[in-house]
Design a binder for this molecule. Structure first.
Ligand code: IDC
Length: 332
């Protein structure tokens, strides 16, 4: 009898241990891991994948849009399959300019964003949103620390993508960006060997042709894509020509931010040019993320400034850009 009791006790202990170590803390993503093959984003069985989604505005400005109801709604009703979490580094309570409690708030917002995207069945981009800090080396130490922390935390989340510098500008050269990128990629790969990493390009992520002449070194090239940003009322055929030149050289591109107004994020919409852009991107199976999920009084915002809903929007709640872009998404 005593022997039998010991056996059951042993089994119980084993089960408790197994549960403690095997049950994940948050729901794991069921989405397949993505990888980069040539210029293409593909899933684990090599099938082409195109992400079409929406970027938040700055997480410090509009954290209220990071909620489960909003993310599930966008997936179901707008047919998007990805969301980008834009965390400014310098502007308005930026990660590198705000205090420690602000950092904790931003990291909590990212944790929640990843969780909500996972529950909704979407891919999620963690965006280090440099802007007035146009040279990414300015906050390289913080960036490295941040991305190592993220990579350690999310290495098993098959739906997480890292965007390491939104828009280098102010004359920052590709060779400077490339040096920064290699450092950060190395840091991420210490923990996360597989996730897709997006690298910004010179001149507000427009000069992809320069990156194409000298991509990051072979050692760091796996599952890396380069970002191209456009605002349809400002950036036209000449920027698509740069994109085509980069593609011709074999550079994998990802449009992690675009809108159909002008580059200020405001002004009139150019729907004809927007149609040309998105047709070009669809033809080349390039992923794209629209700016922005907010109700700021500017034409790039999806939600009307008078609307306080932070989810379950009706079409009456959407701005002209919000309507046009969600209609485009829904058509596919
Ligand atoms: C803009 C926002 C605006 C905010 C400003 C901060 O729309 O509300 O006050 O940033 O400087 C980008 C940037 C993106 C810009 C956007 C529009 O990545 O941060 O957002 N834009 O100017 N690149 C081209 C355009």
């Amino acid at each position: 009898m005593r022997k039998k009791g010991k056996k059951w006790f042993g089994l119980l202990i084993a089960i408790v241990f197994l549960c403690a170590f095997c049950v994940p803390v948050a729901a794991a993503s069921k989405l397949p891991r993505l990888q980069v093959k040539g210029t293409q984003l593909v899933n684990s069985s090599g099938k082409k994948v195109q992400l079409r989604g929406i970027s938040t505005h700055g997480l410090s400005w509009y954290p209220e849009y990071v909620n489960q109801s909003a993310f599930t709604f966008m997936k179901k009703n707008w047919k998007v399959n990805a969301v980008r979490l834009a965390m400014y580094t310098a502007e308005y309570n930026g990660y590198c300019t705000g205090d420690a409690s602000n950092r904790r708030k931003l990291e909590a917002c990212i944790d929640n964003g990843v969780k909500y995207a996972t529950n909704a069945g979407m891919y999620v981009i963690i965006d280090w949103h440099i802007l007035s800090d146009g040279n990414p080396q300015q906050n390289q130490k913080e960036a490295l620390k941040f991305f190592k922390k993220m990579a350690k935390k999310y290495k098993n989340n098959t739906n997480v993508i890292y965007e390491i510098c939104n828009e280098p500008n102010g004359g920052t050269s590709w060779s400077t960006i490339k040096k920064y990128a290699e450092k950060i990629i190395k840091g991420i790969r210490t923990y996360d060997k597989k996730a897709v990493i997006l690298v910004g390009t010179p001149n507000w992520s427009q000069d992809v042709d320069q990156a194409a002449l000298s991509p990051v070194s072979k050692k760091y090239r796996k599952n890396v894509m380069y970002t191209l940003h456009f605002y349809a009322a400002t950036h036209k055929e000449w920027l698509r020509d740069k994109a085509q030149a980069a593609l011709d050289k074999g550079l994998p591109l990802f449009v992690s931010e675009f809108s159909i107004c002008d580059a200020s994020g405001n002004g009139g919409l150019d729907k004809a040019e927007a149609k040309k852009w998105l047709t070009f991107l669809d033809k080349n199976n390039i992923s794209y993320m629209a700016w922005s999920l907010s109700n700021k009084a500017e034409s790039s915002a999806f939600i009307k400034s008078g609307c306080s809903n932070t989810g379950k929007w009706s079409s009456k709640n959407l701005t002209a850009a919000g309507k046009w872009i969600t209609n485009w998404y829904k058509k596919k």
